[in-house]
Design a binder for this molecule. Structure first.
Ligand code: IMP
Ligand code: MG
Length: 178
């Protein structure tokens, strides 16, 4: 049994876009420092690549959340599995997430983080599945709008596999017996 993997966004295209986002963030926060909060595990490849492309001082912290639900849809009830190590107080925070799907995870998380008194909070997402949105989430920096397909690569997984692909791909589970 093997899954069918079809490239949706090439490595070159992803990297070029992240470079652009890094430049845009560097311009928007010129003269300041940014504090990137990477949402584990999916956001980690994107956050690292983005951090390398930001030309102003960057600090990073990591948070892991899980949202109750089944494999392909989230319920909106979010549990913090790993909290941040550092204080966010008075920092210019950018949340770095792999993909916004229903929007429920970030819809829950942003107000939680807001209560920790950062100077500001913005959201940066590599991918956006707008057609799937159930609750409003403002995305300040976005890589790509994508269709309603299950994608993997660049940190995104299917049953913990394929995070290491250097591109974004659509995966179709193949359970045929061929
Ligand atoms: P939301 O709360 O529905 O916006 O869920 C977002 C989370 O669901 C993301 O951070 C991913 O972990 C996961 N997710 C949503 N769509 C995909 C996908 O196509 N591939 C892999 N993970 C996904
Ligand atoms: Mg995620």
């Amino acid at each position: 049994m093997s899954d069918k993997i079809k490239v949706l966004i090439s490595e070159e295209t992803v990297n070029a876009k992240i470079k652009e986002l890094g430049k845009q963030i560097s311009r928007d926060y010129a003269g300041k420092e940014v504090h990137l909060i990477c949402i584990l595990k999916g956001g980690v490849f994107f956050a690292c690549e983005l951090a390398k492309r930001i030309e102003i001082p960057v600090s990073m912290d990591f948070m892991q959340v899980s949202s109750y639900g089944n494999a392909t849809s989230s319920s909106g009830i979010v549990r913090i599995k790993k909290d941040l190590d550092d204080s966010m107080e008075d920092k210019e925070v950018i949340i770095v997430e792999d993909i916004i799907d229903s929007g429920r995870t970030l819809h829950y998380l942003i107000p939680v983080l807001q209560r920790r008194n950062p100077a500001s909070i913005r959201l940066c997402a590599l991918l956006n599945k707008k057609d799937r949105r159930e609750v409003e989430v403002p995305i300040d920096y976005l890589g790509f709008d994508i269709p309603d397909k299950f994608v993997v690569g660049y940190g995104l997984d299917y049953a913990q596999k394929y995070r290491n692909l250097p591109y974004i791909a659509v995966v179709e589970p193949d359970d045929s017996e061929e």
